[in-house]
Design a protein around this ligand. Structure first.
Ligand code: SF4
Ligand code: SF4
Length: 215
């Protein structure tokens, strides 16, 4: 469950989404099937993990932030931990497209996520951690032909794993969280290209490209 602080920016974003996003265009967590690509009832074993996902070995990596993540961090007084902004893709001919290119990220400290406490190996901002951290290492993907969505434990992660039927409730919860996360991304894809002016007005100015670089 998302227990992050809900202040002015979060409320403004929810209002904008209520007015402009049709719930029928979002995924129903009860309808998205779970696919067990790592084997039955396999889940991440974070307590015994030796390769924590908060340690960023790749310099280009970083935790991408949705509009909701940005709003929650700003509402919690942690806006200074956000770097970068949303940008839009351009066609080969230079025309701005209604597709998100770059996203804001959490800042880094000594190469790792700014919230990562290297001594304890824990997240120092657990209550305000972004959506992607809440659902990782689960995600929603789409079948190639039918485009039907499914949830899965991402097969290529470096996670330490554990297996057992007793993991079922936790796995089902992570799969649901992945669907909620996918809906956050779908909502961003609907709001950012068409409603950047309203987003600017409610307080997202710093995280958007200038008007001339919006579609
Ligand atoms: S890499 Fe996987 S197992 Fe390790 S801390 Fe992250 S989610 Fe948990
Ligand atoms: S916010 Fe917390 S859980 Fe997410 S990468 Fe940073 S330290 Fe890890």
């Amino acid at each position: 469950m998302d227990t992050r602080v809900k202040g002015t920016l979060t409320e403004g974003l929810h209002q904008l989404a209520r007015e402009n996003v049709d719930p029928a265009d979002l995924l129903d967590p009860d309808e998205v099937k779970l696919r067990s690509e790592n084997g039955p009832w396999v889940m991440p074993d974070c307590e015994n993990c030796t390769d924590r996902c908060c340690v960023h070995k790749d310099v280009g990596s970083g935790i991408l932030l949705s509009l909701q993540d940005v709003a929650a961090l700003v509402d919690s007084g942690l806006g200074d931990k956000i770097v970068g902004r949303f940008t839009f893709k351009r066609s080969r001919k230079g025309k701005l497209l209604a597709e998100i290119d770059q996203m804001p990220r959490l800042a880094k400290r000594q190469g790792n996520c700014v919230f990562y406490d290297a001594e304890s190996g824990l997240c120092g901002g657990y209550g305000t951690r972004p959506t992607i951290c809440r659902r990782f290492p689960f995600e929603v993907d789409y079948r190639k032909k039918s485009k039907k969505p499914f949830a899965r434990f991402i097969p290529w992660t470096a996670c330490t794993k554990k297996q057992g039927r007793e993991n079922e409730p936790a796995i089902r919860q992570m799969a649901r969280d992945a669907v909620v996360d996918e809906n956050v991304s779908l909502e961003d894809a609907m709001l950012l290209p068409d409603h950047h002016e309203e987003l600017r007005r409610i307080g997202f100015e710093r995280f958007l490209p200038p008007p001339e670089e919006c579609p």
